[in-house]
Design a protein around this ligand. Sequence first.
Ligand code: NAD
Ligand code: 6OD
Length: 484
Amino acid sequence: MSTFLNFIDGQFVKGSAEPFADHFPTTGEVIGDISAAGKAEVDAAVGAAKTALKGPWGRMTVQERSNLLRKVAEGINARFDEFLAAEIRDTGKPRSIASHIDIPRGAANFNVFADQILTASTETFEMATPDGAGALNYALRVPRGVIAVVCPWNLPLLLMTWKVAPALACGNTVVVKPSEETPATATLLGEVMNAAGIPRGVYNVVHGKGPDAAGEFLTKHPDVDGITFTGETRTGEAIMRAASTGVRPVSLELGGKNAGIVFEDADMEAALEGIGRSCFANTGQVCLGTERLYVQRKIFDQFAEALAAKARGYRLGDPFQNGTTMGPVISAEHQEKVLSYYERARNGGATVLAGGGVPGVEGYPDGYWVEPTVWTGLPKDSPVITQEIFGPCTHITPFDTEEEALELANDSPYGLATSIWTTNLSRAHRVARSVEVGITWVNSWFLRDLRTPFGGSKASGIGREGGVHSLEFYTELRNVCVKL
Ligand code: NAD
Ligand code: 6OD
């Protein structure tokens, strides 16, 4: 049994709020005790972060900060197996995913922003003045200050470091509130920060839940200068309200109900592989996942059956075993939510091509399992098609024309991501330009270049992070006008 302590001012400390249990989703067993932060610890964490801005951290050169970030990446890699085990036990995700995506990206995020910050630039403008001497304007890029980083549970280390790394690269300090479901890797990162020589107070972690708990105490804290959040749209709205007091900036990466569009001229094998991953990887708990699939009529039956076969081919079980390809969902509560949509699909008259229920997984009767599921036949206003489920499931609708596919894809309050599958490049460009999302993949899915703008349109978020776009959020530009 582990106890997950808060990490404040370089030290692990107990929280004063009611502790609660951390579960292993594969078995449902309690694997740890989360020492939840009360107001006092949140105050202490924010205070430490504020003080650290004026300490050695605040005086470091960009090169020194960049070097330290690289050491953090090295520290994650040096303890790769510990991070891997911690992430797997918190989430139940298969080793094949955590070892290829979550942990390597945890390290890569620090390396990418260690590079990015070294080439950060600003504008200068020369201007004329009536006396003929002129003036020179230049912009300084200054850290915002204390950044609150509020995180979800689906890719815990990846999504947390996606924000912590650029925030630190820009010279801010952070207070992280990991998801109450996945406290482990954020806690472990505290040890790595100390070992790397990150000054105390620069990276802080407070554990606990959201409303009326650590999440809310943190986002409402008056000494927090900016909030970066990944999670559900409804939570994003609450965080925006909290940020409005004091007019603090927010970066919001929120929910999605992403469409995949497969045209009849697509490379079938590639489309099946990519779409299959987008529907079922990480048990469908990826914000970029495809829960609405539109397939051109000529290939509809063939594609739907092949995707259903893919769904049936997943091997659910022990995430530490190499052959396991799908884990459980994160919690009993989330299992209930996902299954409630499975029931709605059945009651709504869906044709269930694969899955649709709870699988028996030998040896793990109490895991939070759901079957990978493929439906067809629901009307476009079914909640199964309009609402984010965040499970290993997708609904497939046929379409006839490009215009119809586009109209269906855009018929959503969300606008996070889409993937388009076609060998007709002109069509790919046309559709990519018109689809109302922040991120479009053509003939691929979740192919990431960390310099590119990442974020959602409509109810899927505000702002873009990645590359220079992260620098825009984590710094403020200060214009200096020098009369010559
Ligand atoms: P969530 O919104 O329930 O929780 C996220 C975090 O917010 C948790 O740490 C939680 O404790 C905290 N929180 C909850 N209420 C709060 C409040 N009132 N004040 C402050 N903090 C609060 O999300 P989740 O269930 O952890 O994650 C799944 C969701 O995240 C899905 O909707 C998914 O689409 C979304 N997501 C989006 C992206 C993206 O990049 N757009 C990435 C991953 C996940
Ligand atoms: O790859 C990323 O940087 C990123 N933010 C991925 C988000 C995945 C959502 O579940």
